[in-house]
Structures are given as C-alpha cells and as structure tokens.
Design a binder for this molecule. Structure first.
Ligand code: VGL
Ligand code: ZN
Length: 201
C-alpha cells in the first residue's frame, strides 16, 4: 500500500496522444496497463486532461502560414504549435478507453483558456496562472508525487519541474511515460528534471 501522503498524477492519457490520435505519442497506449496497476496500490489518484476549445492559440491552424511543430512567440513566451488536439468533448479528448478512471479522486482540466496553453498540471504556460492542483494537494497533506503519462518532455516534464519547485518530493516513472521528442526535447526535459531534484525511475 502507498502512504497517506502520496498521490499518483496521471497526465493526459487521452486518445489524441495515443496511436491513431491527432498528436500521437509513439507507444502512448503501452503505458495504460502499468498505470492501472499502480492505482491499485491505493495512492490518491489525480488525472489531468488536456481540454482545448476549438481554435485554441496553441494550434498551428490558428496561426496563418504556420505549420505544426513550429515555435512562435506568445505574450507569455515561446510556444510550440500543435496539430488541433484534445478539443473539448471530442473523442480525442477522452481518456484512453483502457485507462481506469474510477479510482480518480479529481480530474484537473487544463488548456481551456483560448489564449494560453497549459502543459503543467500546476501552472499555465506563463508559469503564473495556477490550475488549483497545488492547493488541492496541500489541503490534503500530500507531499509525495509519482508522475506518469504523456508526454514525458512536455506535460509530464513541466508538471514535475513545477512540483519540485513547489516543494513536493517528485518521482517520474519514465517506464510509464512516453515522449514526443522534438529536437532533443526529451534529453533536455530529463536533464532539467534531474537538476531540479526530480527522481527519475
Ligand atoms: C501535450 C502538447 C500539447 C502533452 C499537450 O500532454 O504533453 N503536449 N498539449
Ligand atoms: Zn494541448
């Protein structure tokens, strides 16, 4: 059994990030059985769900002349442009059908503000606007986090870095994550996480 003060943060295990989805992460579906198994250890389970309105500013289709995977400058900093994905209420935004959702005690939706993306489960991409997850965890006395999901180098990595900054004891189970790996983004994320004191397991 896991400790009272431990939460499992399951990041963006959604159809659009799995093979066949709009922003498919290679092997994204392979992690589902292992994540389900971890839930059985009894930690508090929190799911995150990328949840964009149509026409979201992180979509290349919202920027004339731009293609997916290019980077643009937004008022809050650089932003990679993505194919349209995880549109609110679409099948692509649904959790992978094999993912157990019954053990989830909370679902944190993110990326719902049209003008700003939100990779991290804690803050939007301005690194300032909170999602409320920190308050939820702290209110419940949770101090230790295990992070799994998609994608290692974007939403998982940014979440783990913010969690470490906020003072949590953070482990990323890389065997239960998969990466997009754009121009070295996976190596960069792993080294940033190590530097921040995140345990890579
Ligand atoms: C993600 C890109 C865009 C992720 C979400 O879950 O890692 N990546 N939106
Ligand atoms: Zn997104």
């Amino acid at each position: 059994m896991s400790e009272e003060n431990e939460a499992l943060i399951v990041i963006d295990v959604q159809n659009d990030f799995c093979p066949g989805g709009a922003l498919a992460v290679p092997g994204g579906d392979e992690i589902v059985p292992g994540i389900n198994a971890l839930m059985q250890d009894g930690p508090a389970v929190i799911l995150t769900q990328d949840w964009h309105p149509a026409g979201h500013s992180s979509f290349a289709s919202s920027h004339e002349g731009r293609a997916p995977f290019e980077t643009v400058q937004m008022p809050y900093g650089p932003q990679v442009l993505w194919p349209d994905h995880c549109i609110q209420e679409s099948d692509g935004a649904a959790f992978h059908p094999g993912l157990q959702t019954r053990p989830a005690q909370a679902v944190i939706r993110k990326g719902f503000r049209p003008g700003i993306d939100s990779y991290s489960a804690f803050f939007e991409n301005d690194h300032e606007t909170p999602t409320g997850l920190d308050g939820l965890l702290k209110d419940r006395g949770i101090t230790r986090l295990v992070c799994v999901g998609l994608a290692t180098d974007f939403c998982v990595g940014w979440s783990a870095l913010d969690a470490a900054k906020l003072g949590y004891d953070v482990t990323v189970r890389t065997d239960l994550c998969r990466a997009i790996d754009l121009e070295g983004s996976l190596d960069a994320a792993l080294s940033d996480m190590k530097q921040a004191g995140v345990r890579i397991a």
